[in-house]
Ligand binder design. Structure first.
Ligand SMILES: [Zn+2]
Length: 98
């Protein structure tokens, strides 16, 4: 798959994740998606293959990696990589194509 094909598949996967989240009583706002700085070296944000999502449960902003776990598990079930599994845990980070 070319980088462009991966990027377009990733975008559709993010849409699926967001729909899944709202259907399960989560709410989300966008953090960084494409970025040119501010992330770790070789970050997938620089390749348009990662997004940080801000999670809300009952109106409350969630900061823990664990609060993202249900979304992370869903994300992995559709082929993504979840930041909660990284050695330096990054629960709000969802990427694709590693
Ligand atoms: Zn990230």
């Amino acid at each position: 798959m070319t980088l462009g094909q991966k990027q377009r598949k990733f975008t559709l996967m993010v849409a699926e994740l967001i729909m899944w989240a709202y259907n399960n009583d989560y709410e989300i706002t966008f953090g960084d998606a494409m970025a040119t700085s501010g992330h770790s070296e070789n970050s997938f944000h620089y390749k348009r293959l990662a997004i940080d999502l801000n999670l809300f449960i009952d109106q409350e902003y969630q900061t823990s990696t664990e609060s993202h776990r249900p979304l992370g598990e869903y994300w992995k079930s559709i082929g993504g990589t979840w930041g909660g599994d990284f050695r330096r845990k990054d629960g709000n980070h969802y990427s694709y194509g590693e």
